[in-house]
Design a protein around this ligand. Structure first.
Ligand SMILES: Cc1ncc(COP(=O)(O)O)c(C=O)c1O
Length: 375
C-alpha cells in the first residue's frame, strides 16, 4: 500500500540518507549564487569545520568538497592520487572494499587484494605480509566502518603498516566520520573520505576528502579525470573560494547548519555517545525479542547493526519491511554475502525514544506476522 504523503516523514534507521533535523532542512530554503560572497564564506566555514571535526585543523591537512555521492569522492581519490603505474593494496571485508577494487579496475589501476572474512576485521598482519610479498605497492586503501556489517576496522594498525612500507594510506570513513573518533594523524592517513549525508547529518549531494597537504601537492599531473581531479578542485577552492563546476548550494547550506549542530552536541564524542546509546537500546530490545546480531558484540560498531533472519518459516523480510514502513519506520536490507541479514542503522537525528518506538513497532509486527522467536 503506498504511503500517503503527510507532514510526518518516515524515521530512517538506515545508513543514509538519514533523518535530519528540521533546522538542517530549513537551511535550504534560500537561493545563493555560487560566486556570491556569502556562499564563498559558507564554503570556507564548512572546510574549516571539517578539519576541526577531524582533529586536524592547522595540522597540514586540507578539506576538499566534491559534488556527487560518497562513491564519487572515493573514485576521485583513486583517480587523482595514485601515481601513474602505481599499485594499490586494498584490504577488503565487505561490499565497500569490493567497490574500491571495482573502481580501480575501471580506472585501469593495478591492485593487490587482501581479503578478510566479512565477520572479521581486516587483519593488519595480512596487510603486512602482502606488502612484503608484492613490491611496488604505492597505496594502501581500506574502509573504516564496513557498513555491510557495521564492523570497525583497525585503521591505526593498517596505517602503520602502510607507512612502514612507504605507501600512501587512504581510508573510506563514509559511515563513521563525525561520530567515531578517528586519529587521522596517528593512523598516518593521507586521504580520508566521507559524505554529507552520514554522521554529520546533512542531506545528500556531495562528498569530501580530508587530504594531507604534502601528499596531495605531490600528485600534480596524475589525475585520470577532469571532474574528479581533487587537486584541481582544491586549487579552485583556494584560488577564489569557488567550485570549478556548479556546486550543490542548498546542500552546502544544510551542511553548514549540520556542522553547527554537531558542535552543539559536543562534537564527535557527543554525537558518538548518542549513537552508542541508540545502538545499546536497539540491541538489548532486539535480543529480548529473540533476534541475533550477525557479528559478535566485541566486533560490532555502533553505527549500523546486521541482524540475522530469524529461523521461522513465517519469516519474510519484504513483509516485515513493509509492515514497519506502514508504521512509519524505514529499516534497511542486508548486504552480507554469506548470511541472510537485515540492517538497522543508529545514525541520523534519531534518539533513544525513536529507537524504543521502533522496537515497539517490531514487537507488533512480529505478533501480526505470527512469528515465534525465542529470546
Ligand atoms: C563505507 C561506505 N563507503 C561508500 C559508500 C557509498 O556512498 P554513496 O552511496 O554515497 O556513494 C557507503 C554508503 O553507505 C558506505 O557506507
Amino acid at each position: 500500500m503506498p504511503s500517503i504523503p503527510g507532514w510526518k516523514d518516515q524515521i530512517l534507521f538506515t545508513p543514509g540518507p538519514l533523518t535530519t533535523s528540521r533546522t538542517v532542512k530549513q537551511a535550504m530554503l534560500r537561493d545563493l549564487g555560487s560566486r556570491d560572497f556569502e556562499f564563498i564564506e559558507t564554503v570556507r566555514a564548512i572546510r574549516n569545520g571539517l578539519l576541526a571535526a577531524g582533529g586536524v585543523k592547522d595540522k597540514g591537512y586540507d578539506a576538499i568538497i566534491l559534488q556527487g555521492s560518497g562513491t564519487f569522492s572515493v573514485e576521485a581519490v583513486f583517480a587523482s592520487t595514485v601515481r601513474p603505474g602505481g599499485k594499490v593494496l586494498i584490504a577488503v571485508n565487505g561490499a565497500y572494499g569490493d567497490r574500491m577494487l571495482h573502481l580501480c579496475k575501471v580506472l585501469g589501476i593495478a591492485t593487490v587484494e587482501v581479503r578478510c572474512p566479512e565477520h572479521q576485521p581486516v587483519d593488519p598482519a595480512a596487510v603486512k605480509k602482502a606488502l612484503h610479498e608484492h613490491p611496488g605497492i604505492t597505496d594502501v586503501a581500506t574502509v573504516h566502518c564496513e557498513t555491510t556489517t557495521g564492523i570497525i576496522n583497525p585503521i591505526g594498525e593498517i596505517g602503520a603498516q602502510a607507512h612502514a612500507a612507504g605507501a600512501q594510506f587512504f581510508v573510506d570513513a563514509m559511515s563513521s566520520f563525525g561520530a567515531v573518533p578517528i586519529d587521522i594523524e596517528g593512523a598516518r592517513i593521507d586521504y580520508l573520505v566521507s559524505s554529507a549525508n552520514k554522521c554529520i547529518e546533512g542531506v545528500p549531494g556531495f562528498g569530501f576528502i580530508i587530504a594531507r597537504r604534502a601528499a596531495i601537492e605531490a600528485t600534480d599531473g596524475w589525475a585520470r579525470s577532469v571532474s574528479l581531479d581533487i587537486l584541481a578542485q582544491l586549487r579552485g577552492l583556494e584560488k577564489n573560494g569557488q567550485f570549478r563546476f556548479t556546486p550543490p548550494t542548498h546542500v552546502l547550506l544544510a551542511f553548514h547548519q549540520a556542522l553547527l549542530e554537531l558542535e552543539q552536541e559536543g562534537g564527535v564524542p557527543g554525537r558518538g555517545a548518542r549513537y552508542r546509546n541508540n545502538y545499546d537500546t536497539l540491541v538489548a530490545g532486539m535480543r529480548a525479542m529473540g533476534f541475533r546480531e550477525y557479528l559478535p558484540a566485541e566486533l560490532q560498531g555502533y553505527i549500523i547493526t546486521s541482524f540475522l533472519y530469524p529461523d521461522d518459516p513465517k519469516w519474510d523480510f519484504e513483509d516485515f519491511y513493509t509492515r514497519l514502513n506502514e508504521r512509519g519506520f524505514t529499516i534497511y536490507p542486508g548486504k552480507v554475502s554469506n548470511a541472510d541479514c537485515f540492517r538497522i542503522g543508529n545514525i541520523g537525528r534519531i534518539f533513544e525514544s525513536d529507537v524504543r518506538d521502533l522496537l515497539a513497532a517490531i514487537r507488533e509486527t512480529i505478533d501480526a506476522m505470527g512469528l515465534q522467536l525465542h529470546a
